[in-house]
Design a protein around this ligand. Structure first.
Ligand code: GLU
Length: 459
């Protein structure tokens, strides 16, 4: 997933829409291609980039300098919205790409938001708590006039979390006395205006995006075009298995919640592997992921052989990439981008791949695996549980009505189901041969361009 492949896909979707008489745009008359081309052009660019070097005094007395970016991509559908990542992978082009994905994700999920993303180039493991707090405050000072509850609402992403959102909220509050501040960030701690269930939401939503697909095929609620019969049979076969095997890449916030949801779901799923940047923990008989989760949280790593034995768990320790090529039915990719590439695409054995992280498959790998008849559930469909609960947190910030974790997760699940079903119905009834990713982009692009037209951004 790169800036080029993302803009290229947007262009392909626009070209397709220009050539094809889609139902949604049937009322647009002879200006249709003109509007589509204008909208596509706007979507390939960004509204605003805010960038600068964050400088802080480090614990050893030296000055630390960190490049920081916030990209506001498009606000046709509402206020800019998207996470802030703290990672050494951060650069301007990556933040821009991720901001584009947020615009598409929010549009696909009918959330009242546009797309934005932020990033700080930093290795969080090499900094003290005080240093990270200073960096987060410096970032808010850089962004102070560009973010706010009615303008741009950041949230956690890779390398950031509740603590960072609380620190940032505090700095924003100090900089803007007498102004609303509570909804400037989502993903805050529950005590500080956050919502119950935000931490688990992305992982649970990711698993559900796959689960609802199997459900819909099993209960016959999808009208199938004959050309999809192979896929139908493949999904049915998985759904009818006594025991579906799942491998999960990653074991951070997202992957932990996805793995636990898989293990406890109504139809039997066995999580055979989880991983992190140092190792894969594997057991063909299945892992007790609820037992592994607290270990990972406390130690920031997975257990080694001896520790697994001490915990009474029968499992092997393999290299970190082993998780990707294991023999399994479902592979949940919950770590970072560009994990399945031209190098390892031929070794993938899973039949269904779910993108919990943003862009874990390169475009080449996506095309290769899709051509092999595998199902790839794309990021903008699968990982929207987090931003959906961010939306619920934002609503809670206005109403002050705090909902229980069960209510929040049920609300999120219903929304994920509604959008997933809309996508799967369109996919299986479609005459054309298009990937799920192409279809999701298409539905999102249509919504954004429709709103651009309604609001007069394109004429
Ligand atoms: N960073 C998450 C994402 O990529 C959440 C964004 C949000 O909650 O605004 O979807």
């Amino acid at each position: 997933m790169t800036e080029n492949t993302t803009t290229q896909l947007i262009q392909e979707v626009v070209d397709y829409l220009v050539e094809t008489d889609t139902q949604e745009l049937s009322g647009w008359g002879e200006n249709r291609s003109d509007w589509l081309n204008q909208g596509g052009e706007l979507l390939k660019g960004i509204d605003k980039l805010i960038s600068g070097d964050l400088r802080i005094k480090k614990d050893d007395g030296s000055i630390g300098t960190y490049q920081a970016y916030r990209v506001q991509h498009n606000n046709a559908c509402g206020y800019y919205k998207g996470g802030i990542r703290f990672s050494t992978g951060v650069n301007q082009s990556e933040v821009k790409t991720l901001a584009m994905l947020m615009t598409l994700k929010n549009a696909l999920h009918d959330l009242p938001y546009g797309g934005g993303k932020g990033g700080v180039h930093i290795d969080v493991r090499k900094h003290s708590e005080r240093e990270l707090k200073e960096v987060s405050h410096a970032f808010v000072r850089l962004l102070q006039n560009d973010i706010g509850p009615y303008r741009d609402i950041p949230a956690p992403d890779v390398g950031s979390g509740t603590q960072l959102m609380d620190w940032m909220t505090e700095e924003y509050k100090q900089l803007h006395p007498n102004q609303p501040f509570i909804n400037t960030f989502t993903g805050k701690s529950v005590e500080n205006g956050g919502t119950n269930g935000r931490a688990e939401s992305t992982g649970i939503g990711t698993f559900l995006s796959y689960y609802y697909l199997v459900d819909a095929v099993l209960n016959g609620s999808l009208k199938m075009n004959g050309k999809h019969s192979d896929k139908k049979e493949m999904i049915q076969a998985i759904g009818k298995k006594e025991n579906v095997t799942v491998a999960v890449q990653g074991f951070g916030n997202l992957s932990r919640a996805a793995a636990i949801e898989a293990k406890n779901s109504e139809r039997k799923h066995t999580v055979i592997a989880v991983s992190d940047s140092r190792s894969t923990v594997y057991s063909a008989k299945g892992l007790d992921v609820e037992k592994l989760a607290p270990f990972k949280e406390e130690n920031d790593r997975l257990p080694n052989d001896k520790e697994l034995k001490d915990m009474g768990m029968e499992a092997e320790v393999l290299d970190p990439n082993a998780v990707l090529t294991l023999d399994c039915d479902v592979l949940i990719l919950g770590a970072i981008e560009d994990q399945i590439t031209i190098e390892n695409q031929a070794d993938i054995k899973a039949v269904i791949l779910v993108e919990g992280a943003n862009g874990p498959l390169t475009q080449t790998a996506d095309e290769y695996l899709t051509a092999q008849g595998k199902i790839v559930i794309p990021d903008i469909l699968a990982n929207a549980g987090g931003v959906t609960v961010s939306y619920l947190e934002w609503v809670q910030g206005f109403t002050n009505e705090v909902k229980s974790k069960e209510d929040i997760l049920e609300n999120m699940s219903e929304r994920m189901k509604e959008v997933s079903m809309r996508v799967y119905k369109a996919y299986f009834s479609c005459e054309h041969d298009e990937s799920l990713r192409f279809l999701c982009y298409k539905l999102a692009v249509v919504r954004v361009i429709q709103l651009m037209k309604t609001s007069g951004k394109i004429i």
